[in-house]
Design a protein around this ligand. Structure first.
Ligand code: C5P
Length: 222
């Protein structure tokens, strides 16, 4: 089965600040989105990449990424952007990776590991890491409801990998307030497999994340 990747890159990046849409913010001189897409294309398993760009920047992003990458206008929420990009994949793509533009230092070997695990017969695969902080569940007034045991919690990264038919069915089931694609698949009752994530695959969300990413690039990565 051919593997395709969709990259939601239409977020405004308000928590990051700085005005430019987050995906186009440079990291050591090159836009985060370009780094994320190049990593996906560097995988021999990935044969198509579709990017959901901010609607006003579809042409700019298309020129940045070149003719090998399809660029579509994203939507108001991440789920809307993913939905549009999924519809733009070639018909013969049977496995889909969904990868945030905002994870520019994701190692290629994580892309391969997720894709391989889906191709081996797992319908939904997510990379995860243990959480460093204790996590509290709170109510609307900010009072603590519950403290789940930390050793049973994981932080979830991308790329997340899916059989395409299952992801399509998950996205047909609208209006669920989920923050990751696997959450939609879980709602269908499909088992979700975890594999070890990578520290470098962290999401650039706040200004300090940008500093960390540039420091990592300067010190260790090519
Ligand atoms: O906002 P957050 O950091 O969770 O965004 C994760 C990814 O989803 C980013 O790559 C962002 O560009 C993308 N996104 C999108 N469309 C939106 C909101 C976020 O493609 N409306």
């Amino acid at each position: 089965s051919r593997v395709g990747a969709v990259v939601p890159a239409a977020g405004r990046g308000e928590r990051l600040g700085g005005g430019t849409p987050k995906a186009l913010r440079p990291l050591a001189g090159r836009p985060m989105l370009l780094r994320a897409v190049e990593t996906l294309l560097s995988s021999t398993l990935v044969s198509q990449v579709v990017v959901a760009a901010p609607p006003t920047l579809v042409d700019v992003v298309g020129q940045l990424l070149g003719s090998g990458v399809r660029v579509v206008p994203g939507g108001a929420e991440r789920v809307d952007s993913v939905r549009v990009a999924l519809d733009a994949l070639d018909d013969d793509i049977g496995v889909v990776l969904v990868h945030d533009a905002a994870r520019p230092l994701t190692p290629a070997k994580l892309v391969d590991a997720v894709a391989t695990t889906v191709l081996d017969g797992h319908p939904a695969v997510i990379p995860v890491l243990p959480v460093a902080d204790t996590i509290k569940e709170i109510d609307a007034d900010g009072r603590v409801v519950r403290t789940p045991r930390r050793d049973g919690l994981r932080a979830v990264q991308t790329p997340q990998g899916f059989r395409r038919d299952i992801l399509r069915a998950a996205y047909a089931n609208r209006d669920l307030p989920v923050t990751d694609d696997a959450g939609l698949v879980e709602a269908l009752g499909v088992p979700v497999t975890t594999i070890p994530g990578a520290e470098e695959a962290f999401k650039v969300t706040r200004p300090a994340d940008l500093v960390l990413a540039e420091a990592l690039l300067a010190h260790s990565l090519p």
